[in-house]
Design a binder for this molecule. Sequence first.
Ligand code: 5GP
Length: 173
Amino acid sequence: MEKIDVLFSEEMITKRVKELANEFYLKYHDEEVVFVCTLKGAVFFACDLLKNYRGDARLEFLRVSSYEGESSTGKINLKLPLKAENIHGKHVIIIEDIVDTGYTLEYITKYVNDMKPKSMITCTLLDKKARRVVDINPDYSGFVVDDLFVIGYGLDYDQKYRNLPYVGVVVKE
Ligand code: 5GP
């Protein structure tokens, strides 16, 4: 395997996930929440958030794609849709892996909003603020990250590296 520089360690991620799960619990306490996990990148983040969430929660999956290799195409394809009955009238938290240009988050928030949830907020593990093209910001984020192509903890490079327990960058020799 290539050399990888760790940006956010497993310990840092675990601590931040607990903080976010607690913030969500304080927000919703006895009301049921639907965590919408965007596949595949947010899968570990969403599951860890859910494991640390003390209230009533459901889990749904959505899959869109926009990236090829290391760059966003800007054109979003819906690969796995949500069922409207699982969203309509519910409190929804959209869980993303990383917000880069913002095209994907813009697409997903519009898509979910059209299903008329009771409320909707967005949470991303990583926010690559400097690369934003669309005027959209996640409501919650784990960490702000510089303009680097990151991998690990669900994030891939051509489907590799998702299984790393930390977030890092591949060191190019
Ligand atoms: P956006 O539509 O905001 O440009 O891109 C969002 C999607 O692009 C993310 O959900 C993620 O799948 C992918 N992406 C953006 N930046 C990175 C990155 O640094 N590493 C990886 N692995 N994927 C990224």
